[in-house]
Write a protein that binds this ligand. Sequence first.
Ligand code: ZN
Length: 424
Amino acid sequence: MPDVFADLVGQDEAVAELRRAAGAAAAVLRAGAADRAPALIAAGAAGEAAPEPGDTEPGALDPSTGMTHAWIFTGPPGSGRSVAARAFAAALQCTYGTGCGECPGCHTTMGGTNADVRMVVPEGLSIGVGEMRALVLRAASTPSGGRWQVVVIEDADRLTEAAGNALLKAIEEPPPRTVFMLCAPSTHPDDISVTIRSRCRLVPLRQPPAAAVAEVLVRRDGIAPDVAQWAAAAAQGHVGRARRLARDPEARKRREAVLAVPRRLTGVGAAFDAASALIEAAEAEAEASVSESDATERAALETALGAGGTGRGAAGAMRGAAGQLKELEKRQKSRATRAQRDALDRALVDLAGFYRDALTMALRAPVDPVHTDTAALAGAGAQKWDAEGSLRRLEAVLACRAAIEANVKPRIAVEAMMLALWKG
Ligand SMILES: [Zn+2]
């Protein structure tokens, strides 16, 4: 296995900072083993951690790059927020260095089986207070591996207010060996509360350049260079999406259908048809992505509940079981809604890329197109609409995304967008 940071594409500055912090954290552990004293915050904030002779970690002595107990990773979708958090967690559990990729600490963390690393992935639209309280409680226990308890909260922007408060309390009075890592699109107050933000160190990730994404697809996934380059450009810096486009014919087909929208908009009726098609495609994609896990979960719960049992107590057990099944269905419905929104948003990002191409061509800007395979079509659009018309259309797509984000019904927002795209 290569170094744990190998898959964090195009984020050299962030990787350097995380390595320095992991080095400082290791020094804290060594100092703790020597005199059992220092707590993490004191050592991290004041830079008191003194590495032993022979320590080769650069920057471990530098107070400004020391370790701290709460982190926020921000960046656009696909930039690798959770990849960065997981790699940093592995670096903290690494026995030999700062994420060697070889030792048991690195292996178990990257494989998702380290007992002291918890990745919290919200399946629904929000993370509730009950879930957060349980998590905070477990995070306070002594790390079984003798290093750090790490809690990674993916999509921390989906915390409910109550859950955010429960987390804040834990961050304000952290157990000595606990590290919290939050992932969010930005530090805007809509994403992360100002008080939580003020207590965390920020690691901003940028949208990785297409060349770096293509490189990792070739190296890690064995994808042919020309396919990797096309997919990296088409995915607009989203590493996971680029990989899917390169490998999954269905994903390519869906993208092609989305990019066919601009030439299908020949009238009002066609605009409404295109809206229906886009919504239904998102629903189908979401359905495909969650139906398998839904069925598996339901079967597992039914087995656990002993469905079909008879005899004394079975009736009472079944009443309790009905409640649990209902709870599961509620969770699954919430997850399906989110999957639909995510699928629709990906389609809108593709569409925005098309009009962005038309705009840059109309302006004769010296930049490469996002969608090389529809560049000719975008060029024809640029001639017909000019820069102003291209920009209006791009804005219509972005306005649709914003409306859905603000809870406008997706079908209504998409219909309004299609009409705007047709009229210009
Ligand atoms: Zn290691």
